[in-house]
Structure formats: C-alpha cells, structure tokens
Ligand binder design. Structure first.
Ligand SMILES: O=C[C@H](O)COP(=O)(O)O
Length: 254
C-alpha cells in the first residue's frame, strides 16, 4: 500500500509570524495522523522558521524548487545541499507556475529532479496540461512528454525516491477542480507509464493530485485508486482546511 502524502505549497505567501502559527497548527493537528505523510513547502526564506517548528514532529519540510547545480554563479538559485542543511527532504520541480511564468522547460525540470536526487532530496515532479491543451485533446501527450523528460534523466534505481503530481493548469487557483474521474484517468495513464519501467516502480509510485483541492472535494478525489494524496495550494494556508484534507487522506489509508 502506498502511504498517502499531503503537501502544502504555500507559494509566495507568508511571514515569520504566519509560518510559526501555521506550522504549529499543522504539527498539532496531524500528531495522530501517522498513516499519512505531511509535507510543508514554504517560501525559501521561511524554511528555517518552519524547520524549527516541525523539528520534533513527523511533519516533513520541503522547498518549492531546487537549483540544478550544487554551488556557483547562479544568482537567485538555492541548491539541494543548502536545502538539506536546513532540513528539507523534498523539493517541488516543474510546478506549472515555474513552467508558465518563468519559462522552465522539460529539460530543465529533469535536471532539477536529478540534482535533488543526488543530494538525497526527493523531487515532487509536477505535470499538467493547460485548458487549451485539454480542449485540443492533447492532455495525454503533454503529461507523458513532461513525465518522460524526467524518467529519461533519472536512473531507474532512484525512481522510488520520486513523487509525481498531476496538476491540470486550468484547475490551479481557479476554484475549478478536475472531476475525480478526469483526475483518475490521467493518474492511471501516468502509472501505466511508470509500470512499463517495472511493475514495482508502477505499483509503488505516489501520484498526487493538485488543483483547487478543498475539504469539500478532497474525499472524492482521494477515494480514486490512483490518487495517492494532494498537492494543496490555497487551502494549505488555512490550518483548518489543510488539516481537514489531511484527515480525508488518512481515511484513504484505513
Ligand atoms: O501546488 C499547488 C497547486 O498549484 C494547487 O494550488 P491550488 O490548491 O491553490 O489550486
């Protein structure tokens, strides 16, 4: 059985006071939820603050991106060794906002995933189609192209460390969620592709869903056989909402 994972992507939100209060609420509220893995992805500058708050808990820390190099003249980038030093265990790569707003290509996303793995930082690889691509019936081609770019770069032995996330771009921050059936169809497609690399790889890979997940729709999404958790944006900034989603994910496990 795959352990459900719920990750809160705070995006570019927060302050030191907010990070402290929200992390404490998540630590308290998930203390009994040992069936699931809970990951917080604050902005870089809040990582040290969140790290202190989650230190004695099962809540895991991650970053929203990671550099392709360990160090060097890469202004504005933060490397995997730096993130590890501050307690991060995960890093998002290829979030659609990075792809769309900052021009990150499939090749760059694959390099970021590899750089993370080389430092024992688990990448959460995001894939997803835009509304125009969905309407042009290109969803499968787009998500498989994005997935294959990473699969061809990462050694098979390390694939077990990778988490995948399907986030239809048209559902992110829009209040418009994919139906559980739409999401399941893409998750099954991704798993099928992973399965081709090895039955065990396909069976064990965790594939999260993201895009306007809220307490009101989390249960039906997480009930789908190939949805192993959520990548939560807006709702992760509201402790009660995030905790309610974590509780739904824990039910999936039982
Ligand atoms: O990383 C999180 C996703 O982009 C989803 O964001 P959202 O829950 O605000 O739609």
């Amino acid at each position: 059985m795959r352990q459900p994972l719920v990750a809160g992507n705070w995006k570019m939100h927060g302050s030191r006071a907010m990070a402290r209060a929200l992390s404490q609420a998540v630590v308290r509220g998930t203390a009994e939820l040992d069936a699931i893995e809970v990951v917080l992805l604050p902005p870089y500058v809040l990582i040290p603050r969140v790290s202190e708050e989650v230190a004695d808990s099962a809540v895991v820390l991650g970053a929203q991106n990671v550099a392709t190099a360990r160090e060097g003249a890469f202004t504005g980038e933060i490397s995997a060794p730096m993130l590890r030093e501050f307690g991060c265990r995960y890093a998002l790569v290829g979030h659609s906002e990075r792809r769309q707003l900052f021009g990150e290509t499939d090749a760059l996303v694959a390099k970021r995933a590899l750089a993370a793995l080389q430092e024992d930082l688990r990448p959460i690889v995001c894939v997803g189609e835009t509304l125009a691509e969905r309407e042009a019936s290109e969803t499968e081609d787009v998500v498989l192209r994005q997935l294959d770019a990473v699969l061809s770069a990462v050694p098979e032995a390390q694939l077990g460390q990778v988490v995948f996330a399907y986030e239809p771009v048209w559902a992110i921050g829009t209040g418009r969620t994919a139906t559980p059936e739409q999401a399941q169809a893409v998750h099954a497609l991704l798993r099928e592709r992973l399965h081709r690399l090895g039955a065990e790889i396909g069976r064990r890979a965790r594939i999260l869903y993201g895009g306007s997940v809220k307490p009101g729709n989390a249960g039906e999404l997480l009930a789908m056989p190939d949805i192993d958790g959520g990548l939560i944006g807006g709702a992760s900034l509201v402790a009660d909402d995030f905790l309610a989603i974590c509780e739904q994910a824990a039910l999936r496990r039982e």
